[in-house]
Design a protein around this ligand. Structure first.
Ligand code: F6P
Length: 358
C-alpha cells in the first residue's frame, strides 16, 4: 500500500526536473515542509505545553502575539535559513526582513510567510495554518526591502499548511494546485489531492458579516442578494461559512467551491485586513492555479504592485462566476451605474446601503 504513494519530495523532483534551478526550489520547499511538520507537532500539544493565551508583545500589525506566533516564526526561520537556498525572509511577525546569518551561504530565493494564520483560534482548538510565498532574488547582493516588492505574478511557488484533524499542505509551483496529507507515522507528506479544481459556480460565501455596515456598497449589495436567497434577484439560496482562519476557509473553497472575501471597509485602514505579500498573494496564486479567480474587487490580485512589506489589501477570491460578479458590482458602483438594492422581502432599499463612496 505504501509503495505506490507519491511523496512530496518525489512529486517536486518530478514537477521541477526540467525547470532551471528546479532542484533548488524543490529543496527549499522540502525545508518549508519540514518546518510545517514541526509546527504541526508543536501546535498539537495545545495547552499541554502552555500554547494558549497571549503574550505581552504586539507585532508590527498592532496585534497581540500568541506564544505560538513567536515559536512558529522561529521554526520557519531556522528550518530555512541554513541551506544556501534563501537570500532573506519576511514574516507577519517581524517588522523588517530577516537577513541570513553570515555563517550561512545566501541563496537565490526570498521566502515570505505568515507562520500561524488564524492564531486567534488557537485558544479554542480551531484549525489554523501557515501560508508561504517564494520569490526569486537574482542578485548576488543581500536583498533590501525593495527587492521584496515584487507583484504576486512573480511568485515561483506558494502554498499553505492547514493544521486540522489532519495536517495538509497545499502548494503550487505554477503547474496546478496540489494537496498533500501528512502521514504522521511515517513522517511524509503524501499526494492526496492532485490537481485541485475550484468549480466555477457556487452557492457558498465566506465573509465576516459583522462588518457589513463598514463595507462599500458593492459588497453590501452582493451579500444582501445572497442572503435574500430564492426570493431575491439571485433566485436561489446561499449558504454562509466563516471559520476566521483564512487557510481553513480557502481550503474548503479549493475542495468544494465558494467565494471568500475580506473586503475593503471603513472600519480601520480602509484596505481590509489581509496582508498582500504573505497572505493574499500566495493564496491568489493557488486559487488561480486551481481555476479560480483572485481579485481585490477592482483588479487581479497578482498584478498588484506592493507598496510595503506589510501592506493590507481587499480580498475577493474563489469560484470564477461569483468573483466576476463582485468585480462587476464594484465597476458599476465606481461608474455610478449600479442600481440601489431593493430587498424583495421588504420592497424597500436595503438599510445597509450607503450612498457615500468610501
Ligand atoms: O489575520 C488573518 C485572519 O486571521 C484570517 O486568517 C481570517 O480570515 C481573518 O483574519 C479573521 O478575521 P476576523 O477576526 O475579522 O473574523
Amino acid at each position: 500500500m505504501f509503495t505506490r504513494r507519491t511523496t512530496l519530495s518525489k512529486f517536486l523532483i518530478e514537477q521541477l526536473k526540467t525547470s532551471p534551478d528546479g532542484q533548488m526550489l524543490a529543496a527549499l520547499l522540502i525545508d518549508v515542509a519540514a518546518a510545517i511538520k514541526a509546527i504541526s507537532a508543536v501546535a498539537a500539544k495545545g495547552a499541554l505545553e502552555g500554547h494558549t493565551g497571549s503574550l505581552d508583545t504586539i507585532n508590527v500589525q498592532g496585534e497581540v502575539q500568541k506564544p505560538l506566533d513567536v515559536m512558529t516564526n522561529e521554526i520557519m526561520l531556522h528550518h530555512c535559513d541554513w541551506g544556501g537556498l534563501v537570500a532573506g525572509m519576511a514574516s507577519e511577525e517581524m517588522d523588517a526582513p530577516y537577513d541570513i546569518p553570515t555563517e550561512y551561504t545566501r541563496g537565490r530565493y526570498l521566502l515570505l510567510f505568515d507562520p500561524l494564520d488564524g492564531s486567534a483560534n488557537i485558544d479554542f482548538n480551531v484549525a489554523v495554518g501557515t501560508i508561504f510565498s517564494v520569490l526569486a532574488h537574482d542578485k548576488n547582493s543581500a536583498p533590501t526591502e525593495a527587492d521584496y516588492m515584487q507583484p504576486g505574478n512573480h511568485q515561483v511557488a506558494a502554498g499553505y499548511a492547514l493544521y486540522g484533524p489532519a495536517t495538509i499542505m497545499v502548494l503550487t509551483v505554477g503547474q496546478g494546485t496540489h494537496g498533500f496529507t501528512l502521514d504522521r507515522e511515517i513522517g511524509n507528506f503524501v499526494l492526496t489531492h492532485p490537481n485541485l479544481h475550484i468549480p466555477e459556480d457556487t452557492d457558498q460565501f465566506s465573509i465576516n458579516t459583522s462588518n457589513e455596515r463598514f463595507w462599500e456598497p458593492p459588497m453590501q449589495r452582493y451579500v444582501d442578494e445572497c442572503k435574500a436567497g430564492k426570493a431575491g434577484p439571485r433566485g436561489r439560496d446561499f449558504n454562509m461559512r466563516w471559520i476566521a482562519s483564512m487557510v481553513a476557509d480557502v481550503h474548503r473553497i479549493l475542495i468544494f467551491g465558494g467565494v471568500f472575501s475580506y473586503p475593503r471597509d471603513n472600519k480601520s485602514s480602509k484596505s481590509g485586513r489581509l496582508r498582500l505579500m504573505y497572505e493574499a498573494n500566495p493564496i491568489a496564486f493557488l486559487v488561480e492555479q486551481a481555476g479560480g479567480v483572485a481579485s481585490t474587487g477592482r483588479g487581479r490580485m497578482l498584478d498588484e504592485q506592493p507598496q510595503s512589506l506589510h501592506q493590507r489589501i481587499p480580498v475577493v477570491l474563489g469560484s470564477k462566476h461569483e468573483v466576476e460578479r463582485i468585480e462587476q458590482y464594484h465597476r458599476e458602483f465606481d461608474t455610478g451605474t449600479d442600481k440601489p438594492f431593493i430587498s424583495p422581502l421588504f420592497n424597500e432599499r436595503s438599510l445597509f446601503r450607503k450612498e457615500a463612496r468610501l
